[in-house]
Design a protein around this ligand. Sequence first.
Ligand code: NAP
Length: 245
Amino acid sequence: MRNVVVTGGTRGLGIAIARKLAADGYRAIAVARQQNDHFAACVQQAEATAPGSLRFAAFDLNDIAFIPKFVASLSEEFGPLHGLVNNAGLGTSGILATLADPQIERLLRLNVTSPITLTKYAVRAMMVGGAGGRIVNISSVVASTGYSGLSVYAASKAALAGFTRSLAREIGPLGITVNCVAPGFVDTDMTGGMKPAQRAQIIRRSALRRLPDAKDVAAAVAFLVSDAAGNVTGTTVTVDAGNTA
Ligand SMILES: NC(=O)c1ccc[n+]([C@@H]2O[C@H](COP(=O)([O-])OP(=O)(O)OC[C@H]3O[C@@H](n4cnc5c(N)ncnc54)[C@H](OP(=O)(O)O)[C@@H]3O)[C@@H](O)[C@H]2O)c1
């Protein structure tokens, strides 16, 4: 089984991505601070059909200094790394003028510094393997549109898009692809605080008059991780039911 690490793979978009990859024949290694009952049930289900296809690795991605050791421990436990999906993120919202400085730092740490550092060590592991690899960064449509109250979040997601394009050029010669998926609004724990009127407005303004769901995002990620996407790199796949069309 080829190993794909999915950060934040225990809830929301991440668990949908991890389950889809497990169903597609990979070993999906979900990284989060803790497991939860729904994730445990998904592991049980996966065990019944494809033993070992959905695993958990506990790690707090804010602990940047421990990332090298964490990646080494993953290689030791599971073997060579085929893919990394940088999905974990914070969705802190708030008017910039009143956002507390530590909140800004926490958001940029988890959404930008952590995935960049994790990618650095994952790429090193892929280089040792010599079989190429796949990096998928979960950005957002907000990286390229505007949404009042999400300026810092938007900055973090635009950072991932810029990171993706330059890194794709840098490690393309090694056979490693780097892409982004930019979801529109999806119902998850992160977006639970959105007011019904705002949610309804997003639906009204979307070409398909609906929201994408986590499975739609997972399908896009699975394509980018697959062999079929071997010649796709440095780009962003938008999954937003036409909200930004
Ligand atoms: N939902 C949307 O509408 C939407 C739209 C566009 C983009 N996105 C992006 O998609 C990604 C996933 O969003 P989501 O809505 O699925 O989020 P979510 O429901 O809040 O899930 C976040 C996941 O990240 C993990 N996580 C959080 N902090 C962590 C840490 N310090 N270390 C390790 N793991 C951590 C959580 O597990 P623990 O808390 O147990 O650690 C959980 O598994 C994010 O990058 C988000 O910005 C979401």
